[in-house]
Design a protein around this ligand. Sequence first.
Ligand code: GCU
Length: 364
Amino acid sequence: MRPFLYAQGNQFCSFRSKRFKVAAPKIMNQRIVMSFSVSRLVARLTCLLLLVALATLSGCQQHSKVTVLKFAHSLPTDHPVHQAIMFMAKRVDELSHGTMRVDVYPGGQLGSEREVIELLQIGSLAMAKVSSSPLEGFIPEMKVFSMPFIFRDSTHYWKVLNSDLGKKLLLAGENVRLRGLGYYDAGARSFYTVKKPIYKPEDLSGLKIRVQNSNTAIQLIQALGGSATPIAFGELYTALDQGVVDGAENNPPSVYTSRHNEIAKYYTLDKHTYVPDIVLISTYVWKGLSEQQRQWLQQAMDESVAVERELWKKSTQDSLKKIEESGVKIIYPDRQPFADKVVRMRESYKGTPAYDLMKQIQAM
Ligand code: GCU
């Protein structure tokens, strides 16, 4: 017997085979239909096990009258983004008078960002916060956020995120069962290295730099003369420590809260990209929520975006200070030579949706 499980439209989960069908009771508006090629007894037992498994695995659960949404992300609990997510969870609880709950699983407990995106797609997980970088493997338009040197500064970045274009991009994944609820600030990404400082692009030559799971990020490192190695965020501390890579790139709060400054000794603030974080909900789960529940969730999300932006500013300054105090040399390079080196790489996207979006962003 090779059962398969799927969920679609107004929620079907089914197991199929040749001989007969057993209809199980409805759970959470999901009709379970099962069919088997073995005896009726085995069928019943299997059915029971399935119901238990579904109750454990489903991204959206109902305990008596409480709707529970499982939420995963990859960052540590002292990271400002985690704190904003916890604020959102608290607001959902308050707005719904305890009838809706967001359970947060931080630190990559439920898998890498790519893995949690896949869990959202099958509805095994309700919500996640991921970087828009790995999302480009699912939603090609997201490549635009990993394009280097397209945002002039943080004001330009937020102007774009809050624009119609930004809002449209949040919904660009609906056809792949991913709905964006909002953006969180993830600042600017810059290089940090273990042994060799980077003052100019040429210094990247011969260095292995960890990147997120994104082709655009790989091309960026190559354009600058380095060699790119995609590694999950949760494995990066060990990879830096063991010399698997010579450096990585990220914003100050992520470097500091993940303690990468214990290993890397140079941080070069070239600010090559502004890659926002995105809160996603599985469209299966979204469709299963009532109008009122969707409104509570969206309101809580919007409020948490404002909270996160404030937390972000403070955390960026504090983290940079603490990184420096821990003995890391902070380098403020001339950004122009880095920007010049990636022009050809950006032009190679001509003819793709990301290129058109990039042009619109640059014109804003
Ligand atoms: C940022 C981002 C994370 C991501 C990480 C990474 O910190 O907020 O979502 O996992 O970068 O480089 O992988």
